[in-house]
Design a binder for this molecule. Structure first.
Ligand code: NAD
Length: 248
């Protein structure tokens, strides 16, 4: 797979899965834009690392749930590169709490980032993809949006289910030149899960046929495949990548 000179925006890419996706695109020749919300130091570090591979990488601070931030981010990319070929909607949050402690604000923050944020970035980036008659959008959903559901992440699970539906609607809206797909990872080794107890994580690993969580690179490889021309006839789909968690 070759992404030479493709312009790729990965939201929430200062760490975790997004960072791994950004690195792998850059290694295949893409011009990568790092997006982050808060952690400037983390974002600048990965931006420097990627810049050392090939093209100069830039990072843009923008909250994907803030429409003005999103507009400005897309305008900055268009004025610098003239196009956006590939958008990976990766930014996401999970606010794990007991069901009885779950607040309306938890729901709002989660839906604003995980669902409305994807809508906003896709809307503003998709406009330029439509004009160019070329584009790939890949959304990072979760098996929590399908069948690995937990009351402590009730808002997160609903946001990821909504994202599977949103993926289909975006595929319709942006047809026929833009492919829109989602990936649904199971557990992945990232900081998102760092506050969960070791005992609980061990029990969760036991439920997986492969007896381990995914590495972020394994998710990134699927994202790169979906963004490549090898996947040109896949559209509106959600692809699971979960080590066989619900087979038995
Ligand atoms: P992470 O917490 O390590 O990284 C998430 C990134 O998104 C961070 O860089 C964060 O700053 C950024 N972000 C959050 N809100 C943002 C906003 N409003 N605007 C811009 N950036 C924002 O998590 P991760 O594990 O790398 O998760 C990446 C994606 O994968 C998320 O959408 C997550 O829901 C999904 N996912 C993760 C797992 C897992 O087990 N880690 C499993 C399935 C799906």
């Amino acid at each position: 797979m070759d992404f030479l000179n493709k312009v790729v925006l990965v939201t929430g890419s200062s760490r975790g899965i997004g960072r791994s996706i950004a690195v792998q695109f850059a290694k295949k020749g893409a011009q990568v834009i790092i997006n982050y919300k808060n952690n400037t130091r983390e974002a600048e570090t990965i931006t420097e690392i990627i810049s050392s591979y090939n093209h100069k990488c830039i990072c843009i601070k923008a909250d994907v749930s803030n429409e003005n931030d999103v507009k400005n981010m897309i305008e900055t990319i268009i004025s610098k590169y003239g196009k956006i070929d590939i958008l990976v909607n990766n930014a996401g949050i999970a606010i794990d709490t007991n069901f009885d402690d779950k607040k309306i604000k938890d729901w709002q923050d989660t839906l604003n980032t995980n669902l409305i944020g994807v809508f906003l970035v896709s809307k503003y980036a998709g406009k330029y993809m439509k004009e160019a008659k070329y584009g790939k959008i890949i959304n990072i959903s979760s098996t929590n949006g399908i069948d690995t559901i937990y009351p402590y992440s009730i808002d997160y699970d609903a946001s990821k289910a909504g994202l599977i539906n949103l993926t289909k609607n975006l595929a319709i809206e942006f047809s026929p030149y833009i492919n829109v797909n989602a990936v649904a990872p199971g557990w992945v080794e990232t900081e998102m899960n760092s506050e969960l107890s070791k005992k609980y994580l061990k029990e969760e690993k036991e439920k997986i046929l492969l007896k381990r969580f995914a590495e972020p690179e394994e998710i990134a490889e699927l994202v790169l495949f979906l963004a490549s021309d090898k996947a040109r006839y896949i559209d509106g789909q959600t692809i699971r990548i979960d080590g066989g968690i619900k087979i038995q």
